[in-house]
Design a binder for this molecule. Structure first.
Ligand SMILES: C[S@@+](CC[C@H](N)C(=O)[O-])C[C@H]1O[C@@H](n2cnc3c(N)ncnc32)[C@H](O)[C@@H]1O
Length: 233
């Protein structure tokens, strides 16, 4: 009998962790499940974070006692609901009006309409406005955590804005930091990666957290990772 492939073995472990670690019978699980099914019914692509990753984000937010979270890339609000479930208020940026509308429905259905603000528009236009508003308002609070999950080509531009918007001691999470390099061929073309650019910045300590995940359902999507950074005071 042939041995299972590495992909099949990872799929099995991933599925075991999913079953063992994620709640299935509470209000949050019901809300998240509704968000996924409603998003699929409304034609949104299945490109949310995985459930275990969503739970990671919620744990990370709680570890730093985050009260204010900024998310770049809302889609149907799946990761937004994970963040809101921690009690934090969430500002989420989305360029696609249909995605925004579905996210508003999903967030409302989950019971977090009062703590979530979804801003429609190109994040590269919204972020400077958020930064200007924060500067203008005396004592305006910055974000505790910024989650970057929009177009891969602009990860570094979003990161630079996040540096301006996050409080000292807050963190920045960039999703798909590995696939953004491998799938765009930046590694073989010798192009500068997000890691090289972030590594040159002053006032930030960052690392790559590798992720072995089978949730995308195909072998090429199995190897990924996120960049996690803390912004120094
Ligand atoms: C990977 S999905 C986000 C998934 C979501 N964070 C989740 O895990 O549930 C990326 C989203 O970013 C949005 N997006 C792409 N470019 C954008 C931009 N320039 N400004 C704002 N949103 C953008 C896309 O429309 C899409 O809905």
């Amino acid at each position: 009998m042939s041995q299972p492939s590495l992909y099949q073995r990872v799929q099995k472990i991933d599925s075991q962790a999913h079953t063992a670690l994620l709640p299935t019978n509470n209000a949050l699980a019901t809300a998240l499940s509704h968000a996924l099914s409603n998003s699929a019914a409304k034609g949104l692509p299945p490109i949310t974070v995985s459930p275990l990753q969503g739970q990671y984000l919620a744990i990370q937010a709680q570890l730093i006692s985050a009260r204010r979270v900024l998310e770049i890339g809302t889609l149907g609000g799946y990761s937004t609901i994970w963040f809101a479930s921690t009690g934090a208020s969430v500002t989420s940026l989305e360029i696609n009006a249909h995605h925004r509308d579905v996210a508003v429905e999903n967030v409302r259905h989950a019971g977090y309409a009062d703590s979530v603000d979804i801003i429609l528009g190109d994040a590269l236009e919204t972020l400077p406005k958020l930064a200007a508003a924060a500067k203008e308002k005396e004592g305006a609070q910055k974000f505790d955590l910024v989650f970057i999950d929009a177009d891969w080509a602009l990860q570094y531009e979003y990161f630079e804005w996040a540096m301006q918007l996050v409080r000292p001691g807050g963190c920045i999470y960039v999703d798909n930091a590995v696939r953004a390099v491998t799938e765009r061929g930046a590694d073989v073309q010798g192009k500068e990666t997000l890691f090289a650019k972030v590594g040159r910045l002053e006032g930030v300590q960052a690392t790559l957290v590798s992720v072995l995940s089978s949730h995308k359902g195909h072998e090429e999507g199995m190897f990924d990772g996120f960049l996690l950074a803390i912004v120094k005071g």
